[in-house]
Design a protein around this ligand. Structure first.
Ligand SMILES: CC(C)(COP(=O)(O)OP(=O)(O)OC[C@H]1O[C@@H](n2cnc3c(N)ncnc32)[C@H](O)[C@@H]1OP(=O)(O)O)[C@@H](O)C(=O)NCCC(=O)NCCS
Length: 298
């Protein structure tokens, strides 16, 4: 371990210190959003995060100087499990020892063959990743919208908007994720427990458009972070795409968040997903950050 940096396992006792680190990094103008302890707790509860079993923290002189969030999941269409990694460390040379040590800890997580993905917001990791055989594979636009929501457009005839009712809607919504989202985004593992987790934060909603009582689209809203609402997982069944359903769901999600006092809303979208990028731009989002995802196959 270089320059006195020590990597150790994460425990729930570290939640406050990790949130504090993220806040400091955001203050250092790195593209890191603050994370509330309650939101980190939600994240840990996701099946792919397994309670933070594969999370790590880096310490130097008894102080927390870096964190690693790692998730592992399997996808129907990929023969190998996927390891997804995000690192947090101070910018520039000051954070290099922590970045290298955490990245090596991430690479050591899987004794078996896995497909690896590392998020690199701000390009801080590019050189460290290239030296380990990673190359850029995907750009994710982080888009933000401020101000009053737009008027909600009319839905095509025979469709109606309502809140999701779980578990009754669970199978239909999971099948929408499988048909709509995976085809467009390339990944997006989701299980019933993940869907339920979407509704756990106070005020979170899942809005559904249905036709003949069957959901044909949905969107989730997460009012989890201070002053920032999140529009998440917009999905429209392939057979009704292009008919205005996605637009209505995005507009309705903006209204749901505005009613809860969120004047600022964020969405993450694959830059190659031209339809979704156009939709979000049309309803007033602008790109405020680009996260590059680097990949390495075994
Ligand atoms: C992205 C998605 C939600 C859009 O839903 P949709 O119901 O097809 O979209 P809409 O019919 O409401 O169209 C909304 C806007 O998208 C754009 N759009 C729609 N179809 C398009 C196409 N084929 N090419 C380019 N732009 C298109 C248009 O800008 C349209 O705006 P307009 O009404 O002013 O013309 C849907 O395609 C989908 O579920 N895709 C897979 C999942 C996904 O990628 N989700 C987004 C994750 S961030």
């Amino acid at each position: 371990m270089s320059q006195g940096v020590r990597v150790r396992g994460f425990s729930t006792d570290d939640i406050a210190a990790v949130c504090d680190l993220l806040r400091r990094l955001g203050g250092a103008r790195l593209p890191v959003e603050p994370l509330e302890p309650s939101h980190l707790t939600e994240l840990l509860a996701r099946p792919a995060h397994a309670g933070g079993r594969d999370f790590r923290v880096a310490e130097a002189s008894g102080e927390l100087v870096g964190a690693l969030f790692a998730a592992r999941y399997t996808l129907a269409e990929r023969p190998l499990p996927v390891r997804e990694v995000r690192l947090f460390a101070p910018p520039g040379d000051a954070g290099e020892a922590a970045r290298s040590a955490l990245l090596d800890a991430a690479l050591a997580l899987d004794p078996d063959r896995v497909f690896r993905r590392v998020q690199d917001p701000g390009g801080e990791l590019t050189q460290t990743l290239a030296a380990r055989g990673f190359s850029p594979a995907q750009s994710v636009w982080v888009m933000t919208r401020r101000g009053v929501p737009p008027v909600v457009s009319p839905l095509p005839e025979g469709m109606r908007l309502r809140d999701a009712a779980l578990p009754a809607d669970t199978p239909a919504l999971l099948s929408l994720v499988a048909s709509a989202h995976r085809a467009a985004f390339g990944f997006g593992p989701m299980e019933a427990a993940d869907l339920e987790a979407l509704l756990r934060p106070p005020g979170a909603r899942v809005l559904v458009v249905e036709r003949d009582r069957r959901p044909v689209g949905f969107v989730s809203t997460l009012p989890t972070r201070e002053a920032l609402g999140v529009l998440n997982l917009l999905q429209v069944a392939p057979e009704v795409q292009g008919a205005g359903v996605g637009r209505v769901l995005a507009e309705a999600a903006l209204h749901a968040l505005a009613q809860q006092g969120f004047a600022q809303v964020q969405v993450h979208v694959d830059a190659a997903n031209v339809v979704a990028c156009a939709l979000y731009t049309h309803v007033g989002f602008v790109t405020t950050r680009i996260d590059v995802v680097h990949e390495r196959s075994p």
